[in-house]
Every structure is written in structure tokens, then in C-alpha cells.
Design a protein around this ligand. Structure first.
Ligand code: BGC
Length: 740
């Protein structure tokens, strides 16, 4: 496992090792560009601004408007474009046609600098028709399989380039620390290490060793940083994050991906400790550049410079907002529907408020990205050179990912798997919609058209009918006809009840209550009164409270938007063709007001109602059942006392004691027994997913650097303190000592 953290000394080294080689081409371009041309490079517009029709009109035809294109490219020399609100969901050839037209126009400019085009490939190619849409990041985190994430990202890069798109606004790297947050599912969950390893795998899969490779793309880590812990749980609302916590929980995953070569970073739209991140010089320059050694391009989020003026109210005018963001360290403004950023920045440079050297710094970074992506060489290939676009192999990988992402959380009396001849009633609000499998960033921003756009794929109900046969399965809309539903329930062997969430993202996903409507419980209760076992299928983007519902269910499967094959994966698990191996990437709460993560302080666990403890989640972080049983034995370490530069060599055996082959995630948690800052009860320090045939035993070993046990101490620096540490794997534990 690669080292998770960097110490100051290492960070300084990084600054020099990351030094970019700026090519002669870039220097010569810079020396001959006007201020307007340089500022144009720093401007990013939505593609709507060069298309015919009205901006934000979902029926906007994907046809270039020559006049608008000339304004963007010839008059303003705009450096970058992106898609989203127009709702374009078009074929790779159509994307190539649009992007070629834009590049052809750029070739008419004095310097012929190609335009950088980006899309939000959050879980595969979101807006490219016939492309692959994998499980969402929270579901990918549920697989605990980093190789799968890397493979998925290789496919995404390939399919993106097939459409001529060299840049993706992903991975989202902020841990989700507030389960109410409507973008939790875009993250890899609540833990730093899981996010770090998943994010790094995605960056490596996207970028490979050479991003000018015609099948690789540039990554954009987002949203730097602290985005995943809004106090209110609503999107983009203020976060209060002490420096110590920020450094320990919100920087390491970025650092690891920066070290892995991540090309670009997008800024958090929110504010931390009262400072909107887009105006936070300390974070964007002193920490990101100075300490973390990031030398790539920093792009704003959507319209966020405007928001410094009219949402956060820290700028006195729009022009002041531009000044603040540029002084903070921003390189490119996702403006994206107006030209005022460009006009105002030119004014600021001409009047001397912002120096031309400052502008050069950003333009150099932007041109460097274009060079790295091979855009100057036009390595772009025609669509016929992408025969694997959306092919059977990609579909197979997607199905495998979906299967590994589903978590079996309850299986009373081993009721699952059920026999192929079982009679089933499938019902519930999410039984027959693709929206509950895909989530946002799926063919449209809100993922609200997938029932039409992806109708060739199976909903949960359709997949169950496919697997168990039409004759065995009754699918009924919930309460469409209550008496009929109840009589079907009485005649069936099992009731499959599907609930959760449909698709949303950003503000549109804000909620006031993590609970589900009371009617859900009533409906399930009525069905349960028939005495027939309820198999609950929960598909959602965040942990809605299901406590009472799960109590009357016999078995439960949970999926955090498992993608286009989510329905098939669920059906395959129900029938027993697939042994479930998903594990919780978050702590699943039992109560609306107890949202404590797994790595809380001991002091956070208090007695409640004079009986139980406050930390009592429905499902703990890392939890998940299987159709087989695993036994952990013989855990040992190579020493009992370690120096701070040592590695802890840990080994144990894992056996599959059941009758079915399975995949098990072996997770190593460590507790620092005494520390100068109250230590968390445990932190995940290593994990590995393994395959085990029935009746076999494997020896697993981990090398954990003692440095990985560090925390950010009293003086806000990383420190490993001497003393005892408890290492926990499954129900085994051992104690080691770190020497002074
Ligand atoms: C989102 C970003 C996204 C950008 C471009 C913003 O609203 O916050 O995550 O990359 O739009 O689509």
C-alpha cells in the first residue's frame, strides 16, 4: 500500500519533482499572445453558447451556430468548453462533429490553439449515447475493488476519446461526511483511505502513463476541498472544518492523486469557516500549490466567480469577484453562460490590478494541459478506430461491477438465495424505474430521462422477470390496486419490495428528512401481515432511514446506484448465481439524528435513553454478508515494537468455510490507544479484496508503514506518537508498540 500521507519534508521534495517542463512552444505562444487572447484561454463556456437555439432549452438541437461560434472562438479566443444544461445526449460521431467544428474554428485564430473540451464522466460516459454507464462512485466504493475501478476508468477514457472528449470532471475526491448531502453518492464514501485508493485508481485508469495516448484522458479532481461536509447537509452550504481536521481528512486523498499525476482540479463551490473556497488564497495557493506541490490547472466550478458576488457576498462587484478568485489562485473560470469574466479580467490587467505575470502563470498551466493531452498534435482518431466502444466486453465489466457493488445486509435463516421456481411478487416505488439504478449524471444532469434513454436495460422488476420467468413473477405497481396487490401477496412465496430514491444531484437533491415517507412503512406492514417473507431491495444515493422497514423484512439488499446492470445484478444475487460481496462504504445510520461515522472519537459514543449507546448504526462501515462464511485465524506481526520508519508486516489466514466461492474484503483497522489529540476509535489502514474457493484457506499479508498511523497533531503537523496501537482484522486483534 502506498503511503497515504506526506510530511512537510516530503511535500517540499514533491514541489521540485513535480516541476513541469514547459515547452518552447508554450513559451513562444505566451510571448506573442495579447492580454485578450490570454484571458480567452482562461475562460470556459458551456457548449450552449455556440449552439443554435436557446440556452437551457432541453430540445436545443445540437447544431453549431456559426455566429455564436465566431464570437466565442474568434472574438474571445475562448480556451475551453463543456456540456451540461443543454441536455445533449448524442452519439460519439455527433460529439466528434461538434468538437471538430469548434477545433476548425480555433484553427482559424492567430495562434491556432486547440480548445479543451470537458464532460462530467462521473460513472462512465454520462452524455455519450450507446456508451457505458457504470455504477456510481459510492457503489464502486461498495465493491472495495480498486482494480475494477481502474478498469472501469480505462473504458471510460476510451469511450470518451471515441467522442473526441479528452477531459473528464471526475473523480470526486471529497469524502462524504454528512449522509444527508445530496452528492454523497458521487463520493467514495466516508473514509479517507477508501477514497484515496479508489480516486487514485480512477486517475491512473483515465490518464495511464501518457495522456496524449489517443485512448486516455485527463482527470479533474473535484471539488477541492471540504465539499462533503456541509453542516446543514444541503448542497453548497457552509462547512466548518478546523485546520487539523481538514489536513487529516480532506487533503490526503487529493495528495495521493496529485502524486499519481492528476492533471487538473476543480474548486469546491461552498465555503469553509466563512471563506468561500473560490476566494481562499491560503487553500488554493499556499496549501494546494505550496505544500501539496500541485502544478496543474485549477478550474472553478459552475458560475462560482459570480457567486462570490451574488451568493456569498464577499465581493463588492462582479469585477471584484474576478479579482478575488484570480488572486486566490484560480486558472480557469467555468463562467459559463456569459462573457463578463473575460471582459472584467482584461480590464483588471489593463488597469494594473492584476499583473500580466499572474495571467501568464495560469495560461502556461492551461497550455501545458492542452499539450499533455496531445491536442496540439491532433492525435484525435475517427470513431471507426474505437471498435470497443460500448462493446460486449465493456458491458461484461459493467455487469461484474454492478454485481460486486450490491451489499447483502440481512439474510435471516439464510432465506437467500431463493430457488428459480419460486413465485414472486415484485412491487414498491423503485421496482420499475432505471432512475433508481443510475442516479444523476446519467444521460442528463439529473438523470431524469434514463427510463427513455436507457429503456433497453432492465429495471429491477424486468431483471427479476428475466431471471425467474414470466410465469413465476407478478409485477405490480404499489397500491395501484390495493386489494389485488394483497391477494397476489397471499399467493406468492416471497414479496420483493423495492424502495429508495430516484435520481438527483446538487441542489435538486436537497432533503429535509433522511427518513422515508410514513406511507412506505404502512404499505410494507400490510404486505408483511400476509405472513409472506419480505425481501427488501434498497437502491439509493444516500442512506435513507429504513430501520423499521428492515425490521419486518427477512432479507435486505442495498445498492448505491449500481448502474445500467443494477437490476440484473440484483436478480442474479437473488437466485444465487452471484455470491454477494459488496461492503458498506459508509456507516448506515439507524436513526435520523445519529449520523456519526465509524471513525468517531470514543467521546462521541454516549449512553442514550439510559440504556443503549449513541453509536449504534444499522449497518457498520465495511459491513456486508455473503452466501458463504469466512474464518480469520492466526494473525501475527513480525515484531511487537516498531521504529517510526518501519513497516508493520502483518499476516493472517482467511478461510472460506462454506460451499460457495466468494470474494471477501479483508480490512485492517488500527486504534491509537493514547494520543495527544483524542484518537478515533479506529481508522481503516489497509484493505484487500480476495477470491476464495470453497474449502480453501489463503495467507494474506500487509505491509503497513508505521507512518500511516500518523495524525495531525497539536501543532497541525503530521505526527506518529510513541505508544500502543491495536490492530484489528475481523474479530482478531493484536497490540503493537511504537518506540519513541
Ligand atoms: C458541478 C460540478 C460539475 C460542473 C460541470 C457543477 O454544477 O458542481 O461537479 O463538474 O457543474 O458540469
Amino acid at each position: 500500500m502506498k503511503r497515504l500521507i506526506s510530511f512537510i519534508g516530503a511535500a517540499l521534495l514533491l514541489v521540485s519533482s513535480h516541476a513541469q517542463k514547459v515547452s518552447d512552444r508554450i513559451e513562444s505562444l505566451l510571448s506573442s499572445m495579447s492580454i485578450e487572447e490570454k484571458v480567452g484561454q482562461m475562460t470556459q463556456l458551456t457548449i450552449d453558447l455556440v449552439l443554435k437555439g436557446q440556452v437551457y432549452n432541453p430540445d436545443n438541437p445540437a447544431t453549431i451556430d456559426e455566429e455564436k461560434l465566431e464570437k466565442a472562438i474568434l472574438t474571445y479566443g475562448v480556451g475551453s468548453l463543456l456540456n451540461t444544461p443543454s441536455g445533449l445526449y448524442i452519439t460519439p460521431e455527433e460529439w466528434q462533429g461538434l468538437i471538430d467544428a469548434i477545433q476548425d474554428k480555433a484553427a482559424e485564430t492567430r495562434h491556432q490553439i486547440p480548445v479543451l473540451f470537458g464532460l462530467d464522466h462521473v460513472h462512465g460516459v454520462s452524455y455519450i449515447r450507446n456508451g457505458t454507464l457504470f455504477p456510481q462512485p459510492l457503489a464502486m466504493a461498495s465493491t472495495w475493488n480498486t482494480s475494477l475501478v481502474e478498469e472501469m476508468s480505462v473504458v471510460t477514457a476510451y469511450e470518451s476519446r471515441a467522442a473526441g472528449v479528452p477531459w473528464s470532471f471526475s473523480p470526486a475526491m471529497d469524502i462524504g461526511r454528512n449522509p444527508v448531502w445530496p452528492r454523497l453518492w458521487e463520493s467514495f464514501g466516508e473514509d479517507v483511505l477508501l477514497n484515496t485508493e479508489m480516486g487514485k485508481a480512477m486517475v491512473v485508469g483515465f490518464q495511464g502513463d501518457d495522456m496524449s495516448d489517443p485512448y486516455r484522458i485527463g482527470a479533474c479532481l473535484k471539488h477541492f476541498t471540504g465539499y462533503g461536509m456541509p453542516l446543514s447537509g444541503k448542497d453548497r452550504t457552509p462547512a466548518w472544518i478546523p485546520d487539523r481536521f481538514l489536513r487529516e481528512y480532506f487533503l490526503p486523498q487529493y495528495q495521493a492523486s496529485i502524486d499519481a499525476g492528476a492533471l487538473t482540479i476543480m474548486v469546491n463551490s461552498g465555503e469553509i469557516n466563512g471563506i468561500p473556497t473560490h476566494a481562499d488564497k491560503r487553500l488554493l495557493t499556499d496549501i494546494l500549490r505550496g505544500e501539496m506541490g500541485f502544478e496543474g490547472l485549477v478550474v472553478s466550478d459552475w458560475q462560482d466567480i459570480h457567486y462570490l458576488y451574488d451568493r456569498h457576498h464577499v465581493a463588492t462587484s462582479l469585477k471584484d469577484a474576478v479579482r478575488l478568485a484570480i488572486e486566490a489562485g484560480l486558472d480557469m473560470s467555468m463562467t459559463p453562460t456569459t462573457y463578463d469574466f473575460a471582459d472584467l479580467l482584461v480590464e483588471l490587467v489593463k488597469e494594473g490590478t492584476i499583473t500580466e505575470e499572474r495571467i501568464d502563470l495560469s495560461v502556461r498551466r492551461i497550455l501545458h494541459v492542452k499539450e499533455k493531452l496531445g491536442l496540439f498534435e491532433s492525435t484525435h482518431k475517427p470513431f471507426r478506430d474505437f471498435p470497443q466502444f460500448g462493446d460486449a466486453q465493456n458491458k461484461g465489466l459493467n455487469l461484474q461491477a454492478a454485481k460486486e457493488s450490491i451489499i447483502l445486509t440481512k439474510n435471516e435463516d439464510n432465506i437467500l438465495p431463493i430457488s428459480a421456481s419460486s413465485r414472486l411478487l415484485v412491487t414498491g416505488p423503485t421496482a420499475n424505474t432505471m432512475r433508481t439504478l443510475l442516479g444523476g449524471w446519467s444521460t442528463t444532469w439529473q438523470g431524469d430521462q434514463v427510463d427513455t434513454h436507457l429503456s433497453q436495460y432492465n429495471t429491477i422488476a424486468e431483471a427479476i422477470v428475466d431471471k425467474f420467468g414470466k410465469a413465476n413473477v407478478t409485477v405490480m405497481e404499489e397500491m395501484e390496486n390495493a386489494p389485488m396487490l394483497m391477494s397476489s401477496a397471499r399467493e406468492t412465496d416471497y414479496i420483493i419490495y423495492c424502495l429508495g430514491e430516484t435520481s438527483y444531484t446538487e441542489d435538486q437533491g436537497n432533503i429535509n428528512d433522511l427518513g422515508l415517507p410514513a406511507t412506505e412503512l404502512q404499505n410494507i406492514q400490510q404486505l408483511a401481515n400476509t405472513g409472506k417473507p419480505i425481501i427488501l431491495i434498497v437502491t439509493e444515493g444516500r442512506p435513507r432511514i429504513i430501520t423499521e422497514i428492515e425490521a419486518i423484512s427477512t432479507a435486505v439488499l442495498v445498492g448505491f446506484y449500481p448502474g445500467t446492470y443494477g437490476g440484473d445484478a440484483i436478480a442474479s444475487i437473488l437466485i444465487g448465481e452471484t455470491n454477494p460481496s459488496g461492503r458498506m462504504p459508509i456507516t448506515y445510520p439507524r436513526y435520523v439524528n445519529s449520523l456519526t461515522p465509524y471513525d468517531h472519537k470514543g467521546t462521541e459514543d454516549r449512553v442514550v435513553d439510559r440504556s443503549g449507546n449513541s453509536f449504534d448504526p444499522l449497518y457498520p462501515f465495511g459491513y456486508g454478508l455473503s452466501y458463504t462464511t469466512y474464518a480469520y485465524n492466526d494473525m501475527s506481526t513480525d515484531k511487537t515494537t516498531y521504529e517510526k520508519d518501519d513497516n508493520i508486516h502483518l499476516k493472517l489466514t482467511v478461510s472460506n468455510e462454506g460451499e460457495m466461492a466468494g470474494m471477501e474484503t479483508v480490512s485492517v483497522f488500527v486504534r491509537d490507544v493514547k494520543a495527544s489529540i483524542t484518537p478515533p476509535v479506529r481508522r481503516l489502514r489497509a484493505f484487500r479484496k480476495i477470491n476464495l474457493a470453497p474449502g480453501t484457506t489463503e495467507e494474506i499479508s500487509f505491509d503497513i508503514p508505521v507512518r500511516d498511523l500518523a495524525f495531525v497533531g497539536l501543532d497541525n503537523e503530521w505526527v506518529v506518537e510513541a505508544g500502543q496501537f491495536i490492530i484489528m482484522v475481523g474479530d482478531l486483534f493484536t497490540v503493537i508498540e511504537v518506540a519513541d
